[in-house]
Design a protein around this ligand. Structure first.
Ligand code: 3PG
Length: 395
């Protein structure tokens, strides 16, 4: 896709779709500002090139105008990071907003109110998209986390503004999640975890076409064990996915992909942070016990396999890392990737829980790339194209 060029910007009103959908606590305090920080480079670039910056985002999934989902609590942090006072509009379209845009100086930033306060946003209503577009001269989409949604501010608006280009965050996400994944330095390994195989089928199938090594962890492994005839106790199993698990194992074999399942697991007598736990071989999970993490032998063999690779993509935790007793597997993988990153291996953390785990371990800045998208990065890894990207020039 096309990206930002200096010449286009001076005095131009730029509609910038960002993803400022950050978590807030009950007192409207931001509990993780990653997405705000990730939006800063593009905004600063626009500011310093004399653009009039109009920021648009959603927050949560409001049904109509809902004060609880206002973007107002984000203004102080955004202003602090940008080093200027960000003005906030109480709406995202209409004459009052037009007036505020007209008052914004070159290099100034105006934040529009939550674009999802209008149901027309998610419906990608053409008239609504036109109204948003009428505020600006050109369009920058930097909202990677929302690029899998064909909404008015992520897709419709691009039809009315030329140029329509990708911001720096969007570009970086695509460079890693599409570029590095389709043209990896080899050997290429994927680590896929998470509780359910059903939510990762597309990702596993797509990655099997590309990787040399596929490491599986998380709750989904028990569906694979059961498919192989092992006793899994009361571990989580998706009974209707047993055939699928078998066919994924066969596919890996036919593609010459080395597929690694954990050889040992940490089992618990209940699903709770204070459960009794012990390590057993994967082949001997007793009745009444459930697997909640990978064991030390698995950590060792996974680490050895990863040592030989040049590119690693990780999506999904190895165990129930929210509970301290079952966090070791996920933490060990995070540490291994940080170590390999330091040795020049490209390490990509694709979305959601694995990002949270890497952040919890304090290793976020050690990785080559940490995605700001959950659903969006999953869809990219499944090999899908994102409507918010397709709408941009030269997509
Ligand atoms: C996300 O948090 O994944 C994005 O901001 C998209 O939000 P949505 O799932 O409500 O569309």
């Amino acid at each position: 896709v096309s990206s930002l060029k200096e010449g286009d910007l001076k005095g131009k009103r730029v509609f910038v779709r960002v993803d400022l959908n950050v978590p807030l606590d009950d007192t409207f305090k931001i509990t993780d500002d990653t997405r705000i920080r990730a939006a800063v480079p593009t905004i600063k670039y626009l500011m310093s090139n004399g653009a009039i910056v109009i920021l648009s985002s959603h927050l949560g999934r409001p049904k109509g105008v809902t004060p609880k989902y206002s973007l107002k609590p984000l203004v102080p942090r955004l202003s602090e990071l940008l080093g200027l006072e960000v003005k906030m509009a109480s709406d995202c379209i209409g004459t009052e907003v037009e007036k505020l845009v007209a008052e914004t100086p070159e290099g100034g930033v105006l934040l529009l109110e939550n674009v999802r306060f209008y149901k027309e946003e998610e419906k990608n209503d053409p008239e609504f998209a036109k109204k948003l577009a009428s505020l600006a001269d050109l369009y920058v989409n930097d909202a990677f986390g929302t690029a899998h949604r064909a909404h008015a501010s992520t897709e419709g608006v691009a039809k009315h503004l030329k140029p329509s280009v990708a911001g720096f965050l969007m570009q970086k996400e695509l460079d890693y999640l599409v570029g590095a994944v389709s043209n990896p330095k080899k050997p290429f390994a994927a680590i896929v975890g998470g509780s359910k195989v059903s939510s990762k089928i597309g990702v596993i199938e797509s990655l099997l076409e590309k990787v040399d090594v596929l490491v599986l962890g998380g709750g989904m492994i028990f569906t694979f064990y059961k498919a192989q005839g092992l006793a899994v106790g009361s571990s989580l199993v998706e009974e209707d996915k047993l055939d699928l698990a078998t066919s994924l194992l066969e596919k890996a074999k036919s593609k010459g992909v080395s597929l690694l399942l954990p050889s040992d697991v940490v089992i618990a007598d209940k699903f709770a942070p204070d459960a009794n736990c012990k390590v057993v071989p994967a082949s001997s999970i007793p009745d009444g016990w459930m697997g909640l993490d990978i064991g030390p032998d698995s950590i060792k063999s996974f680490s050895e396999a990863l040592d030989a690779t040049k590119t690693i993509i990780w999506n999904g935790p190895m165990g129930v890392f929210e509970f301290e007793k079952f966090a070791a597997g996920t933490e060990a993988i995070a540490k291994k990737l940080a170590e390999l990153s330091g040795k020049g291996v490209t390490t990509i953390i694709g979305g959601g829980d694995s990002v949270a785990a890497v952040e919890k371990a304090g290793l976020a800045d050690k990785m080559s790339h940490i995605s700001t998208g959950g659903g969006a990065s999953l869809e990219l890894l499944e090999g899908k194209t994102l409507p918010g990207v397709l709408a941009l020039d030269d997509a």
